[in-house]
Design a protein around this ligand. Structure first.
Ligand SMILES: N[C@@H](CCC(=O)N[C@@H](CS)C(=O)NCC(=O)O)C(=O)O
Length: 211
């Protein structure tokens, strides 16, 4: 059986959980702590020392995007057959990994905001805040009038969802594009997304705080 190496506070693990639920796969979950992720045993299997990661038979695989491509291809779902749509999917996935995640992720704005106030770098924080607003605009333009980033639901939407939903909830996109807000609401309403969010203390807590 497939094993998911999971970490409760992780937006990256949320992506993989949504995908597993969207594909209807059964899996065994290993709940990891930060020291375990950084420990030699985990690093021997997954050199990045990060979650999510999966074990599928002989295959040990980390990086949410690689996991998404692997599982979607294996199950023949969530990757458009049409090559133009598939190209849009790749574009959105690369934008997520190269622009969105570094700007707002753990190494970016939210990483800086989670630091105790005295340890924050004010100049970097201001730069990241400004960049986050630009990234929100870019995502709105990439999405355009499409219902999903590749016109049909694909792994690109799942990859985008964690950081976009967190950014919108945290207000870091400023006056966020309405099409992006509507897309996020569509994604949040999906049973796979609802079920995945329910499994994380972190996301349950933010839903309770918003209610
Ligand atoms: N690019 C990676 C990022 C993974 C990542 O940053 N994982 C975080 C949790 S969200 C992690 O494992 N942090 C633990 C640590 O760095 O010690 C992906 O998409 O999977």
């Amino acid at each position: 059986m497939l094993t998911l190496f999971d970490f409760d506070a992780s937006p990256n693990c949320l992506k993989t959980k949504i995908l597993l639920k969207e594909l209807g796969l059964t899996y065994e979950q290993r709940d990891m702590t930060r020291p375990e992720l950084r420990g030699p045993e985990y690093r021997a299997s997954f050199p990045t020392g990060q979650s999510p990661a999966i074990r599928d038979g002989e295959l040990l695989l980390a990086e949410s995007g690689a996991i998404a491509l692997y599982l979607a291809q294996q199950h023949g779902r969530l990757i458009p057959e049409d090559s133009r749509r598939r190209a849009l999917m790749y574009q959105a996935m690369f934008v997520e990994a190269s622009l969105l995640a570094p700007t707002v992720g753990g190494q970016g704005l939210f990483g800086e905001l989670y630091k105790p106030e005295a340890e924050r770098n004010a100049a970097r924080l201001a730069e990241l805040r400004e960049k986050a607003v630009r990234v929100g605009q870019i995502l709105g333009e990439l999405l355009g009038d499409k219902a999903y980033f590749a016109e049909e639901l694909s792994i690109a939407d799942i990859q985008m969802y964690s950081a976009v939903s967190k950014s919108l909830a945290g207000g870091v996109f400023g006056a966020a594009p309405q099409n992006l807000v509507a897309w996020c609401e569509r994604m949040t309403a999906r049973p796979s997304v609802k079920a995945a969010r329910e499994e994380y203390v972190h996301y349950r807590a933010s839903a309770e705080a918003a209610a």
